[in-house]
Design a protein around this ligand. Sequence first.
Ligand code: 5GP
Length: 187
Amino acid sequence: MVLAGPTAVGKGTVAACIREEHPEIWISVSVTTRPPRPGEVDGVHYHFVDDTDFDRLVATGGLLEWAVVHGRHRYGTPRAAVEEQLAAGRPSLLELDLQGARQVRQNMPEALMVFLAPPSFEELERRLVGRGTESAEERARRLETAREELAAESEFDVTIVNTEVRAACSQLVDLFSSTHDFTSEAQ
Ligand code: 5GP
């Protein structure tokens, strides 16, 4: 399953909810050239790498998809880990930007594409400011990307409106349940 949606819509928070409450769902850990934010742990939230390491992964076909996000840093999904989880039949979640989601849809048409939408654009803006992790310049860049990403909703199989994190989290889990009998596997 792919979870995508505009910046600051709460993809990371929904993913954190799944990580805490649904360990039976595997969440891919991306590689990124972005520096860690306070509280982010290498190997848990991302694998933080430098440009040389990222280049090597691209050159060796080690990434299932990758993209430059918000015109700045590179992010990608390590291919081997995903293939391993899918081969084991484990429900697997990729949290991606729109470019990455499109690449996965192309390469893995069987993936269920889920769009996480904000209740409104104004609410999205409010969440981005409230998060307080980006400079004014970076916020403006991200909101610009967000406008384009919101327009792509129709490319997705399902939309979940993220009004409240726990509700969005449980809707996502319900989607997994409807496509995957993992409750018996987890016991
Ligand atoms: P952030 O810097 O806020 O953690 O993430 C910025 C954006 O990068 C988010 O929209 C997130 O979904 C996206 N992203 C995270 N990991 C990946 C990845 O592996 N591939 C792609 N294409 N986008 C990613």
